[in-house]
Design a protein around this ligand. Structure first.
Ligand SMILES: [Zn+2]
Length: 487
């Protein structure tokens, strides 16, 4: 499939050839000339910011020195709601990177399971299968996402994991350094290789868990991430001016954090359905699109991100996708508005988000708490009990009672393996609607000559599933979202 840009460039080049050759030569030239060699490369950058309440982004980082505002000024911004879906990193990043909700991919916590991404191929898999000429890269500091990019038979070309440094701010800065190096490398790209780059920042989520999203630390983390994005966007502007390559940029978050105005320093984290947790955002700057800069779209969803990236590269979309390309689906493009005051308009959009119906809220809460048990077993069951007691003590309507029940389950299962409680959690996940929809698209074919098949279209026995997952390594970054529950 040829992108619009390639058609336009191809036409321009055809015109150029026709204008500079004899008529006969030009005719011969047009029919045989491959124009691809003269086209600039196309690049897509996805910046993932974990746990960034959008209201806080607007409050702390809507400033000229912040990359958040620069990106909003250069693109279209939409608030996006996760209502009726889990507000946990594993489930939400899986949605962002596969284009389907948790009722399909079935991820209920942050325990990595590679077979998920064989049934529901990631954006990396889909690009690598359809367009192996595109260079795909992940640079991040949460291992789950590096494992996700490595999963499936068509993994990312470059998988850069940055381990914890002396602080999460320093760790994120190192991710930014690697990201900028990768962007600068496109200056030396004689073959005009196109690329997809996913760059991930974790410090806002960490600060939210440790200090609450009303804290100074959270404010500083949002400001830091904004500064980091500003540097990345400056690098893109620099290389773009020299190479003429097209760069599209998408920025998003996986969930927000609860906020308790009475206890700004207390963190209950996320995992439930309050609007502060379910409100995400998508900032989209499409290469070559300037007319809509600084505007808003009322119909963006995090499920649109993978379809958008694929469509930008001219890759056919799966019928399974829950989202569609942000620039091509009329249901989305018709929801484009030009507010007088973008920040105010975005705040108004956030204010309109509410809670799901009570039945969904309860079943999602059950799923979150149940999913937390096998996850927390790494912490030892005494820690889980403490964490659940924290929820009980909060006396939150229904959820506290639920946590109390799970406390009993935990004391029963305490000392047993992750496998058993994972099976239980996944069973509860299934009963509450996670992973209940099977794919209609066929799995990607096994690469010819491939000795290894790293996933399975059939569900694996639970033992095999958890033998394959990397539970032992999921120490600090892997436990991010559950520390939420510990407060
Ligand atoms: Zn997260």
């Amino acid at each position: 499939m040829t992108t619009l840009k390639q058609v336009l460039c191809g036409a321009a080049i055809t015109g150029l050839v026709a204008g500079t050759s004899s008529v006969a030569g030009a005719q011969a030239g047009i029919s045989t000339l491959s124009t691809d060699w003269m086209l600039a490369a196309e690049h897509v950058l996805l910046i993932g910011v974990d746990g960034a309440n959008f209201s806080k982004v607007l409050e702390y980082a809507y400033t000229p020195d912040s990359g958040f505002k620069t990106a909003m000024d250069q693109g279209i911004t939409g608030t996006a709601s996760l209502t009726n879906h889990m507000t946990m990193s594993g489930p939400a990043w899986s949605t962002i990177l596969t284009g389907v909700w948790d009722d399909k991919h079935g991820v209920i916590n942050n325990l990595f399971r590679p077979e998920v991404y064989s049934q529901w191929p990631s954006v990396f898999n889909l690009i690598e299968y359809h367009r192996p000429d595109i260079e795909t890269t992940i640079i991040g500091d949460w291992e789950y996402l590096n494992e996700l990019a490595a999963a499936g038979n068509y993994p990312a070309d470059n998988n850069v994991f940055v381990p914890f440094q002396d602080s999460w701010a320093t760790t994120d800065s190192l991710v930014v350094d690697h990201t900028i190096d990768k962007i600068m490398a496109t200056l030396d790209n004689p073959d005009d290789i196109s690329s997809f780059l996913f760059s991930y920042q974790v410090q806002a989520d960490e600060a939210g868990h440790s200090y609450g999203s009303g804290s100074e630390q959270f404010e500083q983390a949002i400001i830091n991430v904004g500064g980091n994005i500003q540097q990345i966007l400056a690098a893109i502007a620099h290389v773009k001016a020299i190479t003429g390559d097209d760069w599209s940029v998408i920025i998003t978050t996986d969930h927000g954090h609860q906020q308790n105005p009475d206890l700004p320093g207390f963190s209950f984290g996320h995992g439930f359905q309050s609007p502060n947790e379910t409100t995400s955002f998508v900032i989209f700057d499409q290469a070559g699109q300037d007319a809509t800069d600084g505007t808003q779209n009322l119909n963006y969803s995090i499920t649109d991100i993978t379809p958008t990236i694929l469509a930008l590269f001219g890759i056919a979309l799966r019928s399974d996708f829950d989202g569609s390309p942000l620039f091509a689906d009329p249901a989305i493009t018709d929801s484009h508005v030009t507010p007088e005051d973008l920040k105010q308009a975005l705040l108004s959009a956030i204010a309109m988000y509410g809670y799901p119906n009570i039945g969904n809220e309860i079943s999602l809460a059950i799923r979150t708490v149940a999913g937390a048990v096998p996850y927390g077993i790494d912490l030892a069951s005494g820690e889980i009990d403490k964490l659940l007691q924290g929820i009980v003590d909060q006396d939150i309507f229904l959820i506290s009672g639920l946590a109390h029940i799970v406390q009993h389950i935990n004391s029963f299962f305490g000392g047993m393996t992750v496998d058993l409680t994972s099976m239980l959690a996944r069973g509860i996940g299934y009963l509450t609607g996670a992973g209940v929809i099977a794919p209609t698209d066929a799995p990607l074919p096994i690469p010819p000559g491939s000795a290894e098949f790293s996933g399975s279209a059939e569900p694996l026995p639970v033992d095999a599933v958890f033998a394959a997952s990397d539970v032992g390594d999921s120490d600090l970054p892997g436990l991010l979202d559950i520390t939420a529950l510990a407060g």
